[in-house]
Design a binder for this molecule. Structure first.
Ligand code: ADP
Length: 212
């Protein structure tokens, strides 16, 4: 049964604040939100980004589609309502990480402006860094990492983004990374270069440089 609002007493303003945690970690927290077709390279680039930031001394956490759907969102399907609830919960989790001073790296197809707006509104536009992994549908289908495109073509998966459901490219992403014809190394480097200035504290005394 849901609690009535009058029985809920948030304690947000008495908690240790985000700035104290960022200071402890010597970093500025952000939510890095990867959007793109299945197989575009979101998880691959996110892993590379996380490894690189870790080596440079940043605390990060990756939230990834399939992981989340086996855990906190394992009761959700792919109806429109469930897709929205999926994103809403993920954004709330990312916000908890943000308020802990952690750099949250989120990898979700999030195919529509509406879904990304839900996330952006929960997280706050100043902390939401949108990374569009911009890979053509032909290339994603050629890669077919999980065999999902083949199944979608056979009609075994309905409403599959890029085949039988639309993908709306973000109008104004913070980072637009094209992967066609490029190596993972190149694309990870490009994203790292965009993210570092956003998370670096001015007093960070070590010189950040890409080490891999
Ligand atoms: P997504 O998380 O978007 O579904 P994945 O990261 O799981 O996609 O899969 C992307 C696939 O594309 C991986 O097999 C990866 O090695 C390959 N790939 C090839 N070139 C690139 C590139 N430049 N950037 C990212 N991934 C690439």
């Amino acid at each position: 049964m849901q609690n009535k609002p009058e029985n809920i007493h948030p304690i947000f303003n008495t908690l240790l604040n985000r700035e104290s945690k960022e200071k402890l970690l010597n970093q500025r927290a952000k939510v890095i939100w990867f959007t793109g077709l299945s197989g575009s390279g979101k998880s691959t680039i996110a892993k590379g980004l996380e490894n690189e930031l870790h080596l440079l001394g940043y605390l990060t956490m990756v939230l990834d589609g399939d992981n989340v759907r086996t855990g906190i969102n394992n009761n959700l399907g792919f109806s429109e309502e469930d897709r929205k609830e999926n994103i809403r919960r993920i954004a709330e989790v990312a916000k908890i990480l943000l308020n802990s001073g952690v750099i949250a790296i989120c990898c979700f197809v999030s195919p529509t402006e509406e879904l990304r707006t839900i996330a952006r509104n929960i997280i706050g536009k100043d902390d939401f860094v949108e990374v569009f992994v911009n890979t053509s549908i032909e290339e994603c289908e050629r890669r077919d990492v999980k065999g999902l495109y083949a199944k979608a073509r056979k009609g075994e998966i309905k409403d599959f983004t890029g085949i039988s459901a639309p993908f709306e490219a973000p109008a104004n992403p913070d980072v637009d990374v094209k992967t066609n014809g490029r190596t993972v190394y190149e694309t990870v480097r490009e994203v790292v270069a965009h993210i570092l200035p956003l998370i670096k504290c001015t007093n960070k005394n070590t010189e950040d440089q890409i080490v891999f």
